[in-house]
Design a protein around this ligand. Sequence first.
Ligand SMILES: [Zn+2]
Ligand SMILES: [Zn+2]
Length: 347
Amino acid sequence: MKAVVKTGKGKGLLEWRDVPEPKVGPGDVKIKVKAVSVCGSDIHIWHDAHPYWPPMILGHEFSGEIVELGPGVEGWKLGERVVSETRTGACGACPACQAGAPQVCKMKRPPGIGRDGAFTDYLVMPARLLHKLPDNISYEQASMIEPTACCVYGLIERVRINAGETVVVQGPGPIGLLTAMVARAAGASKVIVSGTARSAGLKLQKALEIGATRVVNVGEEDLEKAVLAETHDVGADIVMECSGSPGAIEQSFKIVKRLGKIGVLGISGKKEGVMVPWDVALFKAPAVTFCFSSSWTAWETVIRMISSGILPVEKLITHRESLAKWHEVMTVLESGKGIKAVMSPEA
Ligand SMILES: [Zn+2]
Ligand SMILES: [Zn+2]
């Protein structure tokens, strides 16, 4: 089968190669990939700006059909439509795993990052990580369950949004836009999405289409003023930092209300760290929650939300292509001219 392989450590080093089909071990299922969406971290791995353990096939946001059951697998059938969580390798024994948070285990090696992923025809995953897809969720929608689960985990399970709260989402990339969509579905009264001039056309426009009540192009407008005007000079109940930009990270503390909540979903890529206005933060006393990855419960919640129609995630798809066009697709996304791209190995 053909696969997009990150062949070693360094910039670039992605190759379209022939690889053998994977073999199932005990407890595993073999999945025929039906759709795989491109994540920002795939682009970061391409450019050596995200952890990864090569050589491995790229791709962790996927959906597919079960085509083989390994020894000992129970409760699953051939032909079932599934998605899979990505916490392969989590040890099950460390304090994080024992506390019910295997997604932050330091031994975790997700598909597409620390083992073979889904930019190919078939991959093997442990059956215990699967979630069954309802018939009314398409494979294309399902390929976006993983990133959406990170947003639901962050905003609903960790930051604990309440209905009626005002939410600022910084960074209108896929994670920011999905977070904005989740905020509306969870009952936010206002959802303000901010982005740079580069994102003003496509992404901020999309934010309005999917339920943002206000967008701010920070190249033209002062976000702090805009947020204060929208919140009667109080500040936002919740700021979801989805940009990873040092300027926006610093800004989070200025636009959140006193005793408000800041949720962090964006990776900065800065090895040297970023600035936090420490005393502003201290005096305002917000709760800051880092929201890495997702939980089993968030996956189930997302599946119910998409199935019921309250999270139309497919609205973020700007590109639908065959996997063979992966290089073109990743180049377009990197240039900022796309939001979510879904690829199919079959097309
Ligand atoms: Zn992802
Ligand atoms: Zn562990």
